[in-house]
Design a protein around this ligand. Sequence first.
Ligand code: BGC
Length: 353
Amino acid sequence: MKHISAILFALALVVGLALPFTGPQPAQAQDDLRIVVIGKSVAPYWSNVETGVRAAAEALGLGEDQVIFFVPPREDVAAQIQAMETYIAQGVTGIAIAPSDPNALEPVMQRAADAGILVTTLDTPPVENSASLVYIGTDNYTAGRIAGEAMKQLLPDGGLVGIGRGSDTALNALQRTDGFLDAIEGSGIEALEPVNDREDAATALQLANSVISANPDLAGAFGVYAYNGPAWATAINEAGRAGDIKLVAFDATTDVINYVMGGVIHASIAQREYDMGYRSVEVIKAMAEMGVEAALEQFGAVNGVIDTGVDVVTAGNLADYEASLDEKGIPHEWSTEGWEVPADAFLFEMPEM
Ligand code: BGC
């Protein structure tokens, strides 16, 4: 009998060792959880992500020191790599990162995964076959196409359009630009080469000013990142061309919405960055507690993606958009109170895509 149980024990050991390792097991105790979210720059957009991160931490009963949010001042791949190294050394539970350069970040993301850390991405996708277990964010190509469709509706006779963006490496910037260019193809709208400010709002404004002064016939502008819309809007105002240059932006930060109400930004593709932050914390916690597969299923990931969706915001539907945020309990500093929808407000028609 002794013999048999010894054999069974040895067998169990072998079988146990042969089972694939699918994430940290056993489930981690709540107090041991450490979740890190690494963004791309100090900007209002990332403050909204952080608000979502903090709201999730509170709702899930995680202490302040259990959820860490980090962003470099501007686009800074080296700083993101450094941050990853720091948190790998600390042995945190999980890291959600928005890779400013997915190729440059992948090796360190892989090292984190090898160390048993749950790695996910948010806001901007990783490389294909990444160590990232899931991408939580916008379908950027489609969102860029929607921006292009809005531009076509604003410029039915075509014209020259400038593009300002904050990265030549981050996939979200590249995919939005591709989607936009594909949408305007054959429409008579011609796009200038995108100008890159590397997530520096002051540089974005300078570049917008120079594009406008070098192209007196500029008919439209596309702001790819959250602060690009306001940068174009400021430059357009300074040039005395508000309303005349058609401006399509991204996101619904306070300054973007104020320019929508002021008639300088005609349409903005609002991402759901609060949700990106919130979900990133929620999903990593769930993965640590129930395993990767079960967590992905619970949160409805499809092919490694949790698509957070977008809203197209114009002066014509701003009040409805505000009501939808209020209904979901998503905080916003701006308000439409006392503002009247202008008679000529742009109404975007979503085409079949
Ligand atoms: C993008 C982020 C970027 C941010 C800058 C957003 O539109 O999704 O990747 O860092 O703009 O404010």
